[in-house]
Design a protein around this ligand. Structure first.
Ligand code: FE2
Length: 260
């Protein structure tokens, strides 16, 4: 397994996070099961979501590693447990040596913006900062065609199938399949008729479909209860997340109360 996935080897040199070992152990376990079920993932994680206050206690270390804080000129409002958080994303530059040391492509630096959020976050006893979740990137099916609709026609059923395979391999019910697609796929004349065939027997509450700001595909779901480990498929995105997806995930899929 060691040669198939990479965890940051020098994590403690840059970030002091009490629950990091626990999350890395969970992520490794998930990776073993996912790969064992025949699903290909990238060696480096797609992203980590880290809750903290104030944000610089995470962002400082990230900057030293070569991340660009707020690289996509976006922030993502995150109503977790009815409290107001804001997520500012950092991206590791492509040529950063930190990549070969196992660092994640992106980090969601999530911080409370109201006092109830701060108190709620601190009262969980996970530490400040704490890793909320870690996300493995799934290798997308090839070839990545130039026609977005044609690719959606392949990649949505691909993710519906992987969600089932991964759910069976892990033994936890997977979270909602959050599907963000290029706008021109949603406005395509064949979209309405094709979507049900892509989704198969998924119930209405098991998926959300939306357009991806800036284009590209981002399809994701949580694989452990409590929203601790996630998988995501990303193709040609120009920003880390999609605001509508983050809102839905924050409201319905995750909590600052994570249990074990
Ligand atoms: Fe995430």
């Amino acid at each position: 397994m060691k040669n198939l996935i990479t965890l940051p080897t020098n994590f403690d040199d840059y970030l002091t996070i009490e629950n990091a070992d626990l999350r890395f152990a969970e992520a490794t376990d998930v990776a073993e099961r996912v790969i064992g079920a025949g699903v290909e993932i990238y060696p480096n994680m797609d992203h980590a979501a880290i809750f903290c206050d104030p944000p610089h206690i995470v962002a400082d270390g990230l900057k030293q590693l070569g991340y660009v804080n707020g690289w996509d000129a976006r922030c993502y409002p995150s109503p977790v447990d009815g409290c107001d958080y804001i997520n500012v994303s950092a991206q590791l530059s492509a040529d950063s040596p930190a990549r070969s040391e196992g660092w994640f492509d992106y980090v969601a630096v999530v911080h409370p913006v109201d006092k109830p959020a701060l108190q709620h976050m601190l009262s969980q006893g996970y530490g400040n900062p704490f890793i909320h979740h870690l996300t493995w990137g799934l290798v997308p099916p090839e070839p990545i065609t130039v026609d977005d609709f044609e690719y959606a026609n392949r990649v949505v059923p691909f993710m519906v199938e992987k969600r089932k395979v991964i759910g069976d391999a892990i033994g936890d019910a997977p979270g909602t399949l959050i599907i963000a697609l290029p706008e021109n796929v949603l406005s395509h004349p064949k979209f309405e008729a094709s979507l049900p065939t892509w989704l198969g027997d998924l119930d209405e509450e098991e998926y959300q479909v939306e357009s991806m700001q800036g284009g590209g595909f981002l399809i994701q779901f949580f694989v452990l209860t409590g929203g601790r480990i996630e998988v995501a498929l990303r193709v040609d995105t120009t920003q880390t997340f999609n605001p509508k997806s983050v809102h839905k995930i924050s409201e319905d899929e995750i909590s600052a109360v994570q249990g074990k």
